[in-house]
Ligand binder design. Structure first.
Ligand SMILES: *Cc1c(COP(=O)(O)O)cnc(C)c1O
Length: 362
């Protein structure tokens, strides 16, 4: 057995050991071709099979929603922040956003560069410690779409339900919680996620969208930035990030083996419950700053009485072999990112460490 770190990194993040070992076993000689998957043509049969398998496996995990297509793009979720308004924010329309945290804020800033934007609801006054109340969402009549960030990775909040938008397309940045639980993909017209948190390595960005939404793109935008280009060419217009797509396919296979979304949801609830329980039962030694109804199952943020004590926690946790527990530099505090691939035992080890830390510093 390889020695594995207690990895709570926010992204790139832990990958399943089984996936890494499988990839290692076929790294040098991919399925009898005498070369690695990185060394072969993306136009060849071997790569194309992996590419299509990843697409169909993803749709299958979502219950094969009718009329949806998968795209494999590059440039990260951050490039989607710009591509979405470039493709969908047409003359006379407004791009509507729920301002729920740091990532939503970044998405809005990019849309502002392209056209008119609108804040449908915001939790900024609450320092983003909650997802805005769905009933407070106001969508203008001329909205090109409503954009939500399903999980705010930095603050540690997550939607428990999604807004109903009627005829207005609903777009979601699911970079940090895609496939963490069962959900109805048909609520959304367009979903995107950088792969490096819950789907695989960095280098590929996954889009799942209604085909009619991405079939036509404005002609004035660059070819590579049109969704229609990638739809028409099955994400093979130019060279795709082939190794990343292969790894995503392996991660999707692993999710299948874990019982699909129902299986990973059950495991994730158990993991998150374990850590939130120790926070809530610590009599104020640990404090979860996020509203109880908006707590994330993927990124658990917590605070201690002082920044000094938080520094001490990070120092001692690192000495004990825990990686990545420091909160994002913009908000401070502590954060445990427990994506699908973080094992239960790793979470249990953290809880044991937290218990000991409280005993020696409480
Ligand atoms: C990490 C993250 C991003 C940025 O992803 P990149 O692939 O690095 O551009 C965007 N949105 C959310 C919610 C994230 O967690």
């Amino acid at each position: 057995m390889s020695k594995r770190a207690y990895n709570f990194n926010a992204g790139p993040a832990a990958l399943p050991l089984e996936v890494l070992e499988r990839a290692q076993a076929e790294f040098v000689d991919f399925r009898g071709t005498g070369m690695s998957i990185m060394e072969m043509s993306h136009r060849g049969k071997v790569y194309e099979e992996v590419h299509h398998e990843a697409e169909s496996r993803l749709l299958s995990l979502l219950g094969n929603p009718e009329g949806y297509k998968v795209l494999f793009l590059q440039g990260g979720a951050s490039t989607q922040f710009a591509m979405i308004p470039m493709n969908f924010l047409t003359e006379g329309k407004t791009a509507s956003y729920v301002l729920s945290g740091s990532w939503a804020d970044k998405a809005i800033k990019e849309a502002k560069l392209i056209g008119e934007t609108h804040i449908a609801a915001s939790s900024e006054a609450d320092k983003y410690m909650s997802i805005p109340d769905l009933s407070s969402i106001e969508i203008p009549d001329n909205a090109a779409y409503l954009h939500v960030t399903s999980n705010e990775t930095i603050e540690g909040t997550q939607y428990q339900q999604y807004p109903k938008t009627g005829n207005v397309p609903l777009i979601a940045d699911m970079s940090s919680d895609i496939l963490c639980r069962q959900f109805d993909a048909t609520q959304f017209d367009f979903i995107y996620a950088g792969a490096q948190k819950n789907l695989g390595p960095s280098g590929v960005t996954v889009v799942i969208a209604k085909e009619e939404m991405i079939a036509e793109s404005p002609k004035h935008i660059p070819t590579m930035l049109r969704y229609s280009t990638h739809l028409k060419n099955d994400s093979l217009y130019n060279t795709p990030p082939s190794f990343s797509v292969y790894m995503v396919n392996e991660v999707l296979k692993w999710i299948d083996e874990k019982g699909g979304l129902a299986g990973v949801e059950q495991a994730n609830r158990k993991k998150a419950g374990l850590i939130y329980d120790i926070i809530d039962s610590s009599e104020g030694f640990y404090r979860g700053p996020v509203d109880a109804g908006s707590r994330s199952m993927m990124n658990i943020t917590f605070r201690l009485a002082s920044e000094e004590l938080e520094k001490q926690f990070i120092k001692e946790s690192e000495q004990a072999g825990f990686i990545g527990l420091k909160g994002h530099r913009s908000v401070g505090g502590l954060r445990a990112s427990i994506y699908n691939a973080v094992p239960y035992d790793t979470c249990k080890a953290l809880v044991d460490f937290m218990t000991d830390f409280q005993k020696s510093h409480g």
